[in-house]
Design a protein around this ligand. Structure first.
Ligand SMILES: Nc1ncnc2c1ncn2[C@@H]1O[C@H](COP(=O)(O)OP(=O)(O)OP(=O)(O)O)[C@@H](O)[C@H]1O
Length: 527
């Protein structure tokens, strides 16, 4: 049984409160909680605005349950053979209770309490369904899975979306199209020279209403009097050190970035208490999560493919700048009224600027470095024995050394990559997994919550159930295949954004024009 085999955390010498403080430093900050409650009543915010919800008492109660070994044991002992709670238990035990690991973001802790809520209240129907299915047809499933996996991996390896079945032509075309892509990207990046970020003064701005709250900050609209431009001002809720650190990190990352699919940083504002606020573009369409789950909004496949393509483009750019987002999810992507999606919320991202041979110091450097890397990637297309095109992404010496380090476990658990959930070393490919979960949300208009989106025991996607329950017949097969490939448990098998972005672009074009892409698009390799 999972509980018995996991080592017990050294919690006995700690009081409940000190334990909670140690593992959830922000969550039980009284002043912050008060502030939350206060603003919650005043501003009609939902639990979701806090990234998970739950009041303080409920939270403390759940925390003490998590950290109380006896309680935990008695709660789980009578269900020793029930494997349905495997990953909740595993997650909570390893990451919430293990002092060697840290969750630097309380939101993760809050989400974890929701995980625990699942255990306490009910066994996930999706997972129950999964295990029933496994019991009744395990051999069938294995056969199906193997079969699907083979077909999918062949799709992952093949970028020949629109070509006749001629490998030489395929390869040339692929190389050409990759080069074209690389040039387009380099061009599109270079047009965005680093504009001077302003430090705004309060008397230049008209302050509008609060439009939302995250765990650490408040977002409100402001209008620049001079031009009438509407922006969003993000301010910290408290003077808490951790909140400030997250804010500084977000500014550090944002100010380096300039891409049509990444939230645009406008500048800084120091308020009268010298508390830092920063200004970003106002994105009027709201979060992608709201759009996906508001079933009154019709979403064509073309629209959904464009959402996916936009996120992939933003993430490709981010990874080319050596930034791991680490909290990519549908709440952190915003939809413009034009339908374009931008990736936002970089408070938890990780910038790797430690390679002194190619440290980008200005936007132009970033542009050069990233286009250089794209060139590198584009020229490293090789052919596998079966004639498929394999895109190999070479890494610099420093990148290789730096990659797959044991970074902190941060983010939102539903979107978190298995390697991060398991506390293993990880790299930028954790973002690809999160993207995969988002693609599932987009395809099935399903919540990432494992109560709805079926998952497997090893934290992956339950491909069979996902297909069965959430993929309608009219969904382009390649769209599903890309989602599944991104959710692969093995990071090596996930397509990099520089690969999935052109795939999605081609698919969107195909759906828009009605021109069939290739034999793959006819489903020959997939069904
Ligand atoms: N640039 C923006 N344009 C329009 N709305 C925004 C913008 N930035 C934030 N919002 C709205 O404000 C809400 C709160 O944003 P904020 O970035 O503070 O927190 P979050 O991303 O929801 O949560 P967390 O920071 O905990 O991940 C968002 O959910 C979104 O609805």
């Amino acid at each position: 049984m999972i509980v018995e085999t996991c080592s017990n955390p050294p919690v006995s010498s700690m009081t409940n409160n000190s334990r909670q403080k140690k593992y959830f430093p922000m969550q039980i900050n009284k002043s912050m909680t008060k502030q939350n409650n206060h603003s919650s009543t005043n501003q009609n915010r939902t639990d979701d605005d806090y990234g998970g919800g739950g009041n303080e008492n409920e939270y403390i109660e759940i925390c003490s349950k998590i950290t109380n070994g006896d309680n935990r044991k008695s709660r789980f002992n009578h269900r020793e053979n029930d494997s349905n709670r495997w990953w909740f238990v595993n997650f909570i035990q390893q990451f919430i209770v293990d002092p060697k690991r840290t969750l630097t973001r309380s939101r993760s802790a809050t989400d974890a309490t929701r995980f625990l809520g699942h255990i306490q209240k009910r066994i996930s129907p999706a997972i129950r369904y999964d295990s029933a299915f496994e019991e009744s047809s395990s051999s069938n499933k294995r056969r199906n899975n193997d079969c699907t996996h083979d077909k999918l991996s062949s799709f992952v390896r093949t970028r020949s979306l629109s070509l006749p079945d001629d490998s030489t032509y395929n390869v040339n075309h692929q190389i050409l199209s990759l080069q074209r892509r690389s040039q387009t990207l380099a061009r599109s990046s270079s047009v965005h020279d680093l504009h001077p970020h302003e430090v705004f003064r309060a008397n230049e701005l008209d302050f509008g209403p609060v439009i939302g709250q995250g765990f650490y900050g408040i977002a409100r609209t402001v209008t620049l009097r001079k031009t009438g431009q509407i922006m969003v001002m993000k301010e910290t809720k408290t003077l808490d050190k951790e909140a400030q650190k997250i804010f500084v990190k977000e500014v550090q990352v944002l100010k380096r970035l300039k891409h049509p699919n990444v939230l645009n940083f406008m500048g800084l504002l120091l308020d009268k208490d010298n508390q830092m606020c920063f200004l970003v573009d106002y994105i009027a369409g709201g979060t992608l999560k709201n759009v996906i789950h508001d079933l009154s909004i019709p979403l064509t496949w073309l629209k959904r493919l464009r959402y996916a393509k936009d996120i992939a483009a933003g993430m490709e750019y981010l990874h080319s700048c050596n930034i791991i987002h680490r909290d990519l999810n549908s709440s952190n992507c915003l939809v413009k009224t034009s339908g374009q999606v931008v990736v936002a919320d970089f408070g938890l991202s990780r910038i790797n600027l430690d390679d002194d041979d190619d440290v980008p110091t200005t936007m132009n450097d970033i542009t050069l470095t990233s286009s250089f890397r794209r060139e590198q990637r584009s020229t490293s297309t090789t052919i596998s024995s079966n004639g498929n095109v394999v895109v190999v992404r070479p890494k610099t010496r420093r990148q290789l050394l730096r990659d797959r380090q044991r970074y902190t476990v941060v983010g939102s658990p539903y979107w978190m990559a298995p390697e991060m959930l398991k506390g293993q070393c990880y790299d930028e490919r954790v973002d690809i997994f999160s993207f995969g979960i988002m693609l599932c949300e987009i395809i099935g208009r399903v919540q990432a919550d494992p109560d709805y989106l079926p998952r497997t025991q090893d934290f992956g996607l339950n491909v069979h159930l996902f297909n069965q329950k959430y993929c309608s017949k009219d969904c382009p097969k390649q769209f599903i295949a890309i989602a599944i490939a991104c959710c692969d448990i093995k990071p090596d098998s996930r397509p990099a954004f520089c690969v999935s972005h052109p795939w999605l672009e081609a698919l969107a074009l195909s759906v828009e024009t009605g021109v069939c892409l290739s034999s793959t698009s006819n489903g020959e390799n997939l069904s």
